[in-house]
Design a protein around this ligand. Structure first.
Ligand SMILES: Cc1cc2nc3c(=O)[nH]c(=O)nc-3n(C[C@H](O)[C@H](O)[C@H](O)COP(=O)(O)O)c2cc1C
Length: 436
């Protein structure tokens, strides 16, 4: 927990962020934004005005195809399809902002570590150290099918990612102190003796080279991680600066933090990585208006689209299951952490498959903070204080109205209470997040 609440804006470069069919809402501009970077840039500037630490892109580079073993629901309803690349978009946002952090999810599945380091470190160097990487190991079957890859079992994906990270660190550490001379008179760019050569021959990867980019002022991108199974957390404790978690409610968040801190202590990770919880504010002038707004959003969610997404994430085809039965924990090679959180819900009666699907359609299980700006600020501050979390990944529902409302109405309240910065805490993303 830092001195301040940290906020990251949670986005996807697709027709929706996390709310199925949000693109069809009369006030939503995402259909336009898909083909117009200037709308993303306007939103990024609003986030910067609101001192968000970063814009953070989730990414699943494949189609949700588990439900009934077909892609049609995802395609029909635009459920994260098309699935456009986030890093390309971050390049444009980097050029149009000076402070906002730039975080992208990039899966270790399809790309060689050299490609990912090259792509992200180029952006990190050129943006003055504003980049974050959400390391995911590829839980989506559709991602493997898209790239023609064999799906590895859950834990082996993390084993492979361990080797992946070894190469990443070697590349990030390759350029030593004082290596770059850049002397126009002598024509010497760098001292080869200060640039470490990597000779990696491993089980999954080979890599023989030097760093593809120079280190930024923060050295390497800030590392985010979101796996919450036992194996996922062990990986996070080793690598993550910030862990991003989804818990369905406040008791779940409290339990997550208690367990997380115990795991960190038992593995000797001190201080523990910061934890940000995903949330979806629904803001209006009054609580009643906000509830009505939420109902309107819920009512337009097609159940099939929501279940298609749920099936994809959980790695289970739910088409044969009774909608009104409680969701039982099932074996999966998909997201074990999310399966556990929603089938063993803390502090509520067990959720049926229908309940979970609706929550997935709304915001992949992230809880809604519904009310007036003051009420939303209250919930954010209370959870921050009671759980000791680092902050929140805030997913908007209607674009860009939800971002505008939050920045214009909730941020000033948090600032007045002294729990949110009134200026950026540093130049690099690491500094902004109080990780330095
Ligand atoms: C908050 C959150 C965000 C995630 N974002 C992505 C994402 O953008 N892309 C992706 O492929 N997986 C994403 N995942 C999946 C996880 O990174 C992880 O691969 C999956 O949950 C399986 O790991 P686990 O069983 O250890 O939880 C996310 C998970 C959570 C909890």
């Amino acid at each position: 927990m830092g001195k301040y609440i940290h906020l990251v804006s949670f986005q996807i470069n697709s027709p929706i962020n996390h709310t199925v069919l949000s693109w069809a809402h009369p006030d939503d501009n995402r259909l336009k934004a898909l083909g117009d970077m200037s709308l993303w840039i306007d939103m990024a500037r609003t986030l910067e005005r609101g001192l968000f630490d970063a814009i953070f892109f989730a990414d699943t580079p494949g189609v949700f195809d588990r439900y009934e073993d077909r892609m049609d629901d995802a395609i029909r309803y635009g459920v994260c399809w098309p699935t456009m690349d986030p890093v390309t978009l971050l390049g444009a946002i980097a050029g149009a902002t000076t402070q906002l952090g730039l975080a992208a999810t990039v899966s270790t599945g399809p790309h060689h570590p050299y490609s990912v380091v090259r792509q992200l470190s180029t952006l990190d160097y050129m943006s003055g150290g504003r980049v974050g990487w959400n390391i995911v190991t590829g839980h989506l079957r559709g991602e493997h099918r898209a790239y023609g890859l064999t799906e590895l079992p859950h834990d082996e994906r993390y084993d492979r990612a361990e080797e992946y990270m070894e190469i990443c660190y070697a590349l990030w550490n390759s350029v030593g102190e004082g290596a770059v001379i850049a002397d126009k008179a002598s024509g010497v760019f760098a001292d080869p003796s200060k640039v470490a050569k990597i000779a990696h021959q491993g089980k999954y990867f080979n890599c023989n080279t030097v760093a593809p980019a120079l280190p930024s002022p923060q050295g390497r991108p800030v590392l985010f991680q979101a796996g919450s199974s036992g194996r996922g957390q062990a990986f996070a404790m080793k690598h993550a600066d910030v862990v991003f978690a989804i818990q369905p409610n406040i008791p779940g968040m409290k339990k997550f933090m208690t367990d997380f801190n115990a795991t960190a202590a038992s593995l000797g990770r001190q201080p523990a990585p910061g934890v940000t919880f995903g949330i979806q504010p629904v803001i209006a002038g009054t609580e009643e208006e906000a509830r009505k707004k939420l109902n309107d959003i819920v009512e337009r969610i097609p159940l099939e689209g929501a279940i298609a997404r749920l099936s994809g994430t959980m790695g289970v085809d739910f088409s044969g299951m009774e909608l009104d039965q409680p969701l039982a924990e099932m074996q999966t090679q998909g997201s074990q952490g999310l399966m556990k959180a929603f089938s063993n819900i803390v502090g509520e009666k067990p959720l049926t498959l229908r309940d979970v699907a609706i929550r997935w359609g709304l915001a992949v299980g992230m809880p809604q903070f519904v009310g007036s700006p003051e009420q939303v600020a209250d919930q954010i501050e209370t959870i921050w204080r009671e759980t000791g979390c680092h902050g929140f990944n805030v997913t908007p529902n209607i674009m860009p109205v939800s971002v505008d409302d939050f920045v214009n109405e909730v941020v000033p309240i948090l600032q007045k209470r002294g729990v949110y910065p009134t200026e950026y805490l540093g130049k690099t993303l690491r500094e902004k997040l109080e990780l330095a």
